[in-house]
Design a binder for this molecule. Structure first.
Ligand code: ATP
Ligand code: MG
Length: 381
């Protein structure tokens, strides 16, 4: 699915924006504070029902307004699906409508629009807590193994919550603890198997993309499942019960899983520069995009905020070439109009938008590649 129409109302400084994006590359350029990141934020909310900048709805709704509204028309070869989301500062939850029907779970939105974000914070995927890498991993498993993963993951979380609650309240002598421990162990192993199979599929894509993006030798990614790889979880949980009781929560299990990125014997974060870290994360996210399109009939939508930051010209070009090769819909922001001028192949569908104080205008003659793309785009619409 790609977003073929996007309307944003009263979100940050975007009072009323309506655009028809290209199904391939979309570039938004403009001065600092003009509203570029807010456009990506709106698309992120449309796909995941939450902002990537803040959990506070009041910060996202335009000052002086009660709610924001985002509307997107999604299309693929066979279907056309209108999606609307709105959030009021007076309500606790976001309102979601897909094809006119009110939807309660954001998982349905997420399944429709597999979004990947690459922004200046991207290196945090490697530097930050294991929870970020588990989210990254589960994004992939969810989209590739949607039907298997979500119910198993929910059962595992529920069993973990129940087990932790019994442990915290000292209810460890009855049969309840053993029932929930067994349930946790059963679903934990299923989550682990799905994650492990996904990592095995992902790694060859990662190596290939990384090679095309930059010359970095010796990078290894290891999946840690959250407990000793040579022992059963049942056994680990039994042996660790007194520790769990002392700390008040279950220590081992998939809730501790991680993806460890290493160079030789060191963590990649201790060796690599900022720009190199960004490239490794880009390679991971692009690899997920390639795998998704080969394993399913879906494609990721990439949101790339401030593409030029931390990257020199050859690496910007390499990243842009990969984004074109993946044939996904891409939304890119940059400050300078010409920052990415030579990065596009002549056949790429390419639209450029100028963002000025919350207004967004299609640039009619953005340059050589853009002119050609515009005529192609008109044939497609
Ligand atoms: N709730 C709000 N209501 C109105 N305006 C807001 C609100 N929140 C932020 N803004 C303003 O919206 C503008 C858009 O910010 P945004 O981060 O999208 O800019 P940008 O074009 O990405 O800038 P940069 O190039 O610096 O990254 C800013 O001027 C900001 O001050
Ligand atoms: Mg910005």
């Amino acid at each position: 699915m790609t977003i073929r129409q996007l309307t944003i109302s009263d979100l940050r400084n975007l009072t009323s924006v309506s655009i028809k994006p290209s199904s391939e590359i979309n570039i938004f350029y403009g001065l600092n504070g003009s509203g570029k990141t807010s456009i990506l934020e709106a698309i992120h909310i449309l796909g995941l029902a939450r902002s990537f900048r803040t959990p506070k709805v009041k910060s996202v709704v335009q000052t002086g307004k009660d709610k924001y509204t985002i509307f997107g028309l999604m299309k693929d070869l066979h279907r056309q699906i209108p999606v609307g989301v709105s959030r009021s500062i007076h309500e606790d939850s976001i309102q979601i409508r897909i094809s006119g029907n009110a939807i309660r779970s954001s998982a349905e939105l997420a399944a429709l629009l597999p979004l990947q974000i690459i922004n200046p914070d991207t290196f945090k995927l490697l530097e930050g807590s294991p929870g970020l890498r588990r989210n990254f991993l589960d994004w992939g498993v969810f989209h590739v193994k949607h039907k298997d993963f979500l119910p198993v993951w929910k059962h595992m979380q529920m069993a973990l919550k129940q087990r932790n609650s019994l442990i915290r309240h000292g209810r460890i002598s009855g049969s309840e603890l053993s029932i929930w421990t067994q349930a946790f162990s059963k679903y934990a192993c299923q989550v682990d198997q799905l994650r492990q199979a996904y990592v095995e599929q992902l790694l060859p894509y990662f190596s290939k993309v990384l090679q095309e993006l930059c010359k970095l030798d010796g990078i290894k990614i290891n999946y840690y499942r959250g407990w000793d790889k040579d022992r059963d979880l049942d056994e680990v949980l039994e042996a660790g019960l007194s520790r769990d009781i002392q700390s008040g929560y279950t220590f081992y299990g998939p809730q501790r899983a991680d993806l460890r990125v290493r160079i030789g014997n060191s963590n990649a974060t201790e060796i690599l520069s900022r720009g190199q870290l960004k490239l490794v994360v880009c390679a991971l996210k692009l690899a997920q995009g390639y795998l998704l399109s080969e394993a399913t009939d879906q494609k990721s939508i990439f949101l790339v905020d401030d593409l030029s930051s931390e990257l020199d010209i050859p690496h910007r070009m390499a990243l842009c070439h990969l984004l074109q090769k993946i044939e996904s819909q891409v939304f890119i922001t940059c400050v300078e109009k010409n920052a990415l001028a030579d990065c596009w192949l002549p056949e790429t569908h390419y639209k450029m938008f100028h963002v000025k104080q919350g207004q967004v205008e299609l640039v009619e003659n953005p340059g050589r590649a853009g002119r050609q793309a515009k005529s192609l785009e008109i044939e497609h619409d």
